[in-house]
Design a protein around this ligand. Structure first.
Ligand code: ADP
Ligand code: MG
Length: 344
């Protein structure tokens, strides 16, 4: 899928060895990325890993110390922000409080000198797209957080930019609203076909929404891939630890990771082809739909194991504490890890 898209669609964004330093801090430290037209591409990483700075370099709010930003094949590294065909949506919405929703959405078009009738129509269309068709006359203060974020989105897409940059746009919303807005954003992106570059530190959000994602660590991209690729085959121990929970084991001098949900605690004889180890259940926590186990392995190391509570009750799960068990997983569910870094 990824391959065909890259052949079919030209790159909308190309970053070549991009660097931005603030004194001693290497905020962005040699980032190279290619983002295809119409792609939902996520920059995922912990706080301070350089995501926002990368976005600001793409938008032109910052100029790079080294490297290159290309938009639709054109080198814009030194071009002023207003000449770039991108719009940005921030976490704090940045709506104008003294304007109505309609005026907020029309703002960019007014600056561009678009005639009143067309402005009205396009703003209305954008408000329908974000499912706020009747809210034009209201002021931002009369809207909920989620509605304000929709207005901010309408204000950006009304300009029909080639690329939309979104910096943790759902960060201020509570969990339920965030989940709802995740699928809304995805729907809108699919409908308008604009390239989205989405910044988040939330791995689940990144896995749910993205066509592809880049994992950032200390100003550098450590892995790029589709969500399942990155999750199932993390390239480094950092990725394994940051994107989901993972177990890091060393056997015969080889280091590898295996995800908690890929491990089963065996009741009877193991099936063929599984890697099996003996251990003791050190800890059990019952969490409704699933139970989490910590198993200390006889051969050294500890495993986090997650099991769905298909048949198990809370009492049964908790009785497993202290028990000698066999644990098993498919060899193909492990990922070899190079280097000597620790899982974070
Ligand atoms: P993220 O968005 O991933 O949290 P940022 O790109 O905001 O990371 O920041 C990366 C690093 O650069 C951090 O260490 C941050 O403190 C530093 N930084 C970002 N902007 C500035 C600035 N204007 N001046 C000095 N340091 C900055
Ligand atoms: Mg940031």
């Amino acid at each position: 899928m990824k391959g065909s898209r890259e052949v079919d669609a030209p790159n909308d964004i190309r970053l070549i060895d991009l660097a931005k330093h603030y004194g001693e801090v290497r905020a962005v430290d040699g980032v190279s990325l290619e983002i295809a037209q119409g792609e939902f591409f996520t920059l995922l990483g912990p706080s301070g890993s350089g995501k926002t700075t990368t976005l600001r370099l793409i938008a032109g709010f910052e100029l790079p110390d080294a490297g290159c930003v290309e938009l639709a094949g054109r080198d814009v590294s030194r071009a002023p922000a207003y000449t770039r065909d991108v719009n940005t949506v921030f976490q704090d919405y940045a709506l104008f409080p003294h304007m109505t929703v309609q005026q907020n959405v029309e703002y960019g078009l007014r600056i561009k000198g678009v005639a009143k009738g067309e402005r009205r129509a396009r703003a209305q269309e954008a408000l329908e797209m974000v499912r706020l068709p009747g809210a034009g006359a209201r002021r931002p203060s009369q809207l909920s957080g989620g509605q304000r974020q929709r207005v901010a989105l309408a204000r950006a897409i009304v300009n029909r930019p080639r690329v939309l940059l979104l910096d943790e746009p759902l960060g201020a919303l509570d969990l339920k609203l965030r989940l709802e807005m995740q699928s809304e954003l995805k729907r809108i992106q699919t409908e308008v076909g604009i390239t989205f570059v989405y910044v988040t530190h939330d791995q689940e959000e990144a896995l749910t929404m993205s066509d592809r994602l880049a994992v950032f660590d200390q100003g550098a991209v450590v892995q790029v891939g589709a969500p399942a690729e990155v999750y199932e085959h993390p390239a480094t121990a950092f990725v394994a630890g940051f994107v989901g929970t993972s177990n890091l084991l060393e056997r015969d001098g080889r280091r590898f990771t295996v995800r908690p949900e890929k491990i089963r605690i065996l009741a009877g004889e193991p099936a063929d082809g599984l890697h099996v180890e003996r251990g003791r259940v050190k800890d059990v926590s019952y969490a409704g739909p699933l139970t989490r186990y910590v198993v200390a392995l006889d051969a050294g190391g500890e495993l986090q194991v997650v099991a769905q509570n298909l048949e198990t009750t809370s009492a049964e799960a908790l009785e497993d504490r202290g028990r000698e068990v066999s644990v098993a997983w498919r060899p193909e569910h492990t990922s070899a890890i190079a280097g000597k870094e620790e899982v974070s």
